[in-house]
Design a protein around this ligand. Structure first.
Ligand code: PRP
Ligand code: URA
Length: 203
């Protein structure tokens, strides 16, 4: 997707304000796209003038942002899924090995029919996504009820995740073909968390 928003995110010269604004706007689009993937319930509704039919979506949903970059997707997803519960996990990639370590976990009790939407703007090697998915598997979540939303995912990472979780619904704005030797997505956008939160990273 060669959109204006994706171009602003990729551009190394985008200011903090420009990067944030593009990320939040793309987050809203992804939230709308994600809702459109669910089957809605048909209901009747009374307007001030009469009766008609429409749709509602009130199935149980847990939003699962992966700290820290996943936090960026939480506000737009809460707008579109206002009844969702939120389960948070914290994962941080080691800068040398690129292997993610889990440092925080706080999930609500999950029902067997729970829909889970994992939120993380970046999927590089797929290691962080797999940690989140294995945790949900341990908690008894049905893999066919899980969606994962990303802004950019690498071809290799998508393949790795899909090979272990073929039923997972991946909603991805942009697929990039390569990873650098440091396991950054190429051409990508750099370190999403550092760029959104204004912390440092030297490339
Ligand atoms: C980034 C990103 C993903 C992960 C993707 O987080 O938000 O969670 O890397 O890489 P992977 O697919 O190779 O696991 P990071 O570990 O940099 O933490 P941050 O969100 O705190 O910046
Ligand atoms: N995390 C990021 O923020 N960017 C990458 O390219 C890879 C992991």
């Amino acid at each position: 997707m060669k959109s204006i928003l994706m171009t602003t995110l990729r551009n190394k010269d985008s200011s903090l304000e420009e990067f944030r604004s593009a990320a939040m706007r793309l987050g809203s689009t992804l939230a709308h796209n994600t809702l459109s993937e669910f089957t809605k319930k048909e209901i009747s509704v009374i307007t001030p003038l009469g009766e008609t039919t429409g749709y509602c979506f009130d199935e149980p949903v847990m939003l699962m942002p992966i700290l820290r970059a996943g936090l960026v997707l939480l506000p737009p997803f809460l707008t579109i899924f206002p009844h969702a519960r939120v389960g948070i996990i914290g994962l941080k990639r080691n800068e040398t090995t690129a292997i993610a370590d889990m440092y925080y976990e706080n999930l609500p009790e999950l029902t067997p029919d729970e829909n889970v939407i994992i939120l993380d703007p970046m999927l590089a090697t797929g290691g962080s996504a797999l940690k989140a998915l294995h945790l949900l598997e341990e908690k008894g979540v049905n893999p066919s009820k899980i969606k994962m939303v990303c802004m950019i995912a690498s071809t290799e990472g998508l393949k790795t995740v899909k090979s272990q979780f073929p039923q997972l619904d991946l909603i991805v704005a942009q697929e990039d073909l390569e990873l650098t030797k440091e396991k950054f997505i190429y051409p990508g956008l750099g370190d999403f968390g550092d760029r959104f939160f204004g912390t440092e990273y030297t490339y």
